[in-house]
Write a new protein. Structure first.
Length: 60
């Protein structure tokens, strides 16, 4: 029984280290030429029902 517990402990420690990898894709939204600004008319069918809404003059 002790050998099984020891084996389990050794195997679990092997997988407990964080995996560090390379960033595959990143977008910081610095260039608005890559994105389209789409604003709706505020009707219920446009958006997700948030109480706040976004306006084009607030885009930096």
């Amino acid at each position: 029984m002790n050998k099984i517990i020891l084996l389990f402990t050794i195997l679990s420690l092997q997988f407990s280290y964080a995996q560090i990898g390379d960033v595959i894709w990143e977008e910081n939204f610095n260039d608005l030429d890559n994105w389209m600004k789409i604003t709706g008319n505020g009707s219920w069918g446009w958006g997700n029902g948030e109480l706040e809404f976004y306006q084009e003059e607030n885009v930096e």
